[in-house]
Design a protein around this ligand. Structure first.
Ligand code: HEM
Length: 521
């Protein structure tokens, strides 16, 4: 896709900048279980997240198009059902829920959490599409339970869109993680009285926090201790019925080939996560952008514009002999450039199979590139010079410009440094937000944005309009920009500034923290 695209940019970040965002740290190490000491409870965040994604999807009905990955698992009504017994769903939502925002639905977060867990814990890289929509109400029940018979399970998976062979695969792929706990399933697992497994979890295979084919190889070798295969109560041995339903053919294939297991699971997991209610249109499969601007900020400072931000170069190790130039174009088609500073590297586990990718970050944020406000900036690109290439001669550098388009920068509506606190000592503080609106730009509205949850927990944006300044008010600090001001008070909500430019709504994306502003003169 072409940058900028606020939704795809946000999804791409959560998908690929795994070290910089909220999900991966909770599955590093894979034994991590936030509610107890890692490695002692028998449980893991990773297993909870994968089971949560399946149970959210498992309500899907491919005949009437209802259910699927839509975060309906967040409704207490769904969690109260016998088919959703145990606290894993609530645990998952508590950890990963805060990663949702106006661009990334909770359903997308649940899908990404499962992917992050699988990829980080030895699993294959899984194709990810974004754009899931959070349900407005609970779905019809439909998650399989261990006491149901094979015909019921086959019909349930068919309703979810999976054949009998795919059912065997998907259950094996899911049950390479975690196990069955005593508290929710006392009839399947006894109290194990084990201080290194305080929740008495009988694991599906010998490697419960790693993606591998041992769920299949131990089953085929008859050494499995999977409680849904060799449990003392035959009625609840659903994995035994499912794995044996084709005479063991699929499981034999998995047992003899870790690669087949990994590739089959990658495509089944992707299909599971892409199972959405009819009418929901998912994006293309996201790939990492080779160069991606991030957190761009323009600040009006009198007749100057301070331009700050960062850029990420995908799959690029650190190097002290690299020069990175920002190349910019202004409104008169003049160009400018600035040398960027290395902001270090970060790794991404999205390569799968326990591998990580190193990304190099470069910043231009202190004080930022100083531009003449009237000239402004319309687009940027980047030029990278490795070992000995001469940036000054502008030769040989590798250019990142999205196939000649450049990266478009919006300078029609920018934060103004004149923003200040009118009552710094009040509780809560009161301030005045000033925004510069570029002369000649077709700006019809400027508004403060606040992300709030609606009555069923979906994130929406509430907009508060800045009053349009009177033309003769004389409140313009420069010819290039006119100041629009909004008195506001600090609230706990995250505020950003948005505008309608040329009939299109855009957000500056910049988070305004009132308490960081200086007192008004
Ligand atoms: C007939 C189908 C299935 C049945 C009857 C079934 C049953 C169960 C049961 C009883 C548990 C124990 C839960 C607990 O103790 O909290 C469990 C755990 C789990 N299931 Fe399934 N399952 C099925 C299919 C799947 C599928 C398709 C996936 C994912 C693709 C999956 C992923 C998991 C995971 C990751 C756990 C471990 C949870 C943990 O340790 O916290 N299951 N399953």
């Amino acid at each position: 896709y072409i940058w900028p695209s606020p939704q795809l940019d946000a999804l791409e970040s959560l998908r690929f900048d795994t070290d910089r965002h909220q999900l991966a740290p909770f599955v590093q190490p894979c034994t991590f279980f936030i509610f107890e000491v890692a490695g002692k409870s028998g449980r893991s965040n990773a297993a909870d997240w994968i089971r949560t994604a399946y149970h959210d999807m498992a309500t899907h009905n491919n005949v009437d198009g209802t259910g699927g990955m839509d975060a309906s698992i967040r409704f207490p009504e769904e969690q109260a059902r016998a088919e959703n017994v145990a606290d894993g769903f609530n645990n998952t939502l508590r950890i990963v829920g805060p990663a949702a925002n106006r661009y990334v639905s909770l359903a997308d977060v649940l899908a990404l959490a499962a992917i992050t867990a699988i990829e980080n814990c030895g699993g294959p890289s899984i194709p990810f599409r974004g754009g899931r929509i959070d349900a407005a109400a609970p779905n019809a029940p439909g998650v399989p339970q261990p006491q149901e018979d094979l015909a019921t399970h086959t019909a349930t998976f068919k309703r979810q869109g999976f054949s009998k062979t795919e059912m065997i695969g998907l259950v094996a792929c899911g049950h390479t993680f975690g196990g069955v706990a005593h508290a929710p399933f006392p009839d399947i697992v006894p109290d194990l009285n084990d201080t290194s497994n305080t929740q008495s979890v009988a694991h599906f295979d010998g490697t419960p926090v790693a993606f591998d084919n041992s769920v299949a190889s131990q089953y085929i070798a008859n050494t499995t201790r999977n409680p849904l295969v060799v449990g003392t109560n035959a009625t609840t041995n659903s994995d035994a019925r499912i794995f044996g339903s084709d005479g063991g053919k699929v499981m034999r294939g998995f047992a003899s080939s870790p690669a087949l297991f990994a590739s089959t699971c990658a495509s089944l997991f992707a299909r599971m996560l892409d199972t959405v209610p009819s009418g929901v249109v998912l994006s293309e499969v996201l790939s990492p952008l080779p160069a991606k601007p991030d957190a761009l900020q323009l600040t009006l400072d009198g007749d100057k514009l301070l331009f700050a931000g960062e850029v990420r170069f995908w799959n690029t190790p650190d190097s002290s002999s690299r020069t990175v130039l920002l190349l910019g174009t202004d409104h008169s088609n003049h160009t400018f450039n600035a040398t960027l500073v290395s902001a270090g590297t970060a790794s991404s586990s999205s390569a799968g199979a326990g591998q990580t990718i190193t990304n190099a970050w470069y910043s231009f944020d202190d004080p930022g590139v100083v531009l003449d406000a009237a000239a402004g900036v319309t687009r940027i690109s980047f030029s990278v010079y490795e070992n000995g290439e001469d940036a000054k001669k502008k030769t040989k550098g590798k250019v990142f410009d999205q196939g000649g388009r450049g990266f478009a920068v919006q300078d029609a509506v920018v934060f103004s440094k004149t923003s200040c606190l009118t009552k710094p000592n009040a509780q809560p503080v009161e301030g005045r937000l000033d925004v510069g609106v570029r002369t000649g730009a077709k700006v019809t509205r400027v508004f403060l944005e606040e992300e709030v949850k609606d009555s069923v927990g979906r994130i929406t944006v509430v907009e508060t309009d800045f009053p349009r300044p009177a033309p003769a008010a004389g409140n313009s600090t420069s010819k290039a920009y006119t100041i629009w001001s909004l008195p506001t008070t600090q609230s706990s909500a995250k505020h950003t500034v948005g505008a309608e430019i040329d009939g299109v709504k855009v957000s500056t994306g910049r988070v305004v923290v009132l308490t960081n502003l200086p007192a008004c003169a």
